[in-house]
Ligand binder design. Structure first.
Ligand code: SF4
Length: 361
């Protein structure tokens, strides 16, 4: 919980028999999927300011050092992405910059904004005008904040990470799992196709992982809006020397997610943080965003593998690799996307044709 913020209850009842059952799952109990999807994207680190200070994170910069991309810089990234066939603009954030970020607020004011959310809205609109589909991850959001930007996003996301209170989130500005759960629920209430996930190895136990997956399942049962769940290992970097999770614990976590979540919810392992050949038999069916333009700004030391290498690893196990859009087909078919997003997908130009081809393939 950050200074001055209200703490939220997780408000989910974990049934001990369900937790036990999930903890007993092994990779042998799930199946290899025949298809693995990915989305071609560009990373747009709108701001590196964040009110929190998670100890494993190299993304945030402290006040005085944090950056805010200008509209011109963002347009250049988007145009380069379109040129190279990208369909998703991944707007990455920390969490709302707090009042310590005086310089960020001064620059926002110069751009005609008093909050990062109204700036995000304008940048997503620009992105749609250019023909690319935004997928924003602005950390925790209030209902008003999400309502403002949902219309201009094909889908959105926030990592739950864990329902446990871990030391890596503590300190003066601690991230509250209850707020993350609240954000997932708001997305469900607003009908936003949503991505979430767990972060493995930040001090949580295996039981915490099972509970985090059960929490995501419960929320999805209520709203049906979760499109994919990322099982992400924490990785060593200049701020985190706490080690990485073992292969065995990652395989277990992926298998638990595949076992517990309904088949229409994809399970993703980021291919720059873990070797996908170790997880195909644990039921993964998505690799998330891969960029021919930008680095992974969250994990800058971990480069994207080449698509042809991923294709060949998957083919060895009889799995095909397939491009998808930032919003899954089932949500488009069921009318979950806004008119603004639909207009881009149905545009009678080359970009629109590309979107429709991906949908039909
Ligand atoms: S992990 Fe996210 S919330 Fe935590 S410090 Fe980094 S950017 Fe902020």
């Amino acid at each position: 919980m950050a200074i001055g913020q209200k703490e939220y209850d997780i408000d989910i009842e974990f049934r001990p028999n369900e937790v036990r059952e999930l903890l007993s799952v092994t990779p042998e109990e799930v199946e290899t999927n025949s298809e693995l999807t990915y989305v071609k994207n560009v990373f747009i680190p709108l701001t590196t300011a964040c009110r929190y200070t998670c100890t494993y994170c190299t993304y945030f910069d402290p006040p005085g050092k944090a950056s805010l991309l200008t509209p011109e810089e963002i347009r250049i990234i988007i145009r380069k992405g379109i040129e190279l066939g990208c369909t998703e603009a991944l707007f990455t954030f920390g969490d709302d910059p707090d009042e310590r970020y005086v310089e960020i607020y001064r620059r926002l004011k110069e751009l005609g904004h008093s909050t990062i959310h109204t700036y995000l809205e304008e940048m997503c609109e620009m992105c749609l005008e250019e023909g690319m589909l935004p997928h924003s991850n602005p950390g925790d959001q209030t209902r008003d904040q999400m309502e403002r930007v949902a219309r201009v996003n094909a889908s959105m996301g926030v990592m739950l990470e864990t329902v446990a209170k871990v030391k890596a989130h503590s300190g003066a500005r601690k991230k509250d799992p209850g707020r993350r759960i609240n954000t997932l629920k708001i997305a469900g209430e607003l009908g936003v196709p949503f991505t979430t996930g767990i972060l493995v190895g930040i001090g949580e136990t295996e039981e915490d992982r099972a509970k985090s997956i059960l929490a995501i399942r419960d929320i999805n049962e209520r709203y049906g809006h979760i499109q994919e769940v990322i099982i992400q290992p924490v990785v060593e970097n200049e701020r985190w020397k706490g080690g990485m999770p073992s292969l065995e614990s990652m395989r277990k976590a992926v298998s638990m997610a595949r076992y517990c979540l309904p088949p229409e919810v994809s399970i993703q392992v980021p291919p720059n943080l873990a070797s996908i050949k170790n997880f195909l038999d644990c039921g993964i069916d998505d690799l998330g965003g891969i960029s021919p333009v930008t680095i992974d700004h969250i994990n800058p030391e971990y480069a994207w593998p080449a698509l042809r290498d991923l294709e060949s690893i998957a083919a060895d196990k009889g799995v095909s690799l397939k491009e998808r859009l930032p919003v899954y087909n089932r949500f488009i078919e069921a009318g979950w996307i806004s008119r603004d997003i639909r207009q881009v997908i149905e545009a009678k130009n080359d970009i629109g044709k590309k979107y429709r081809k991906i949908l039909l393939d």
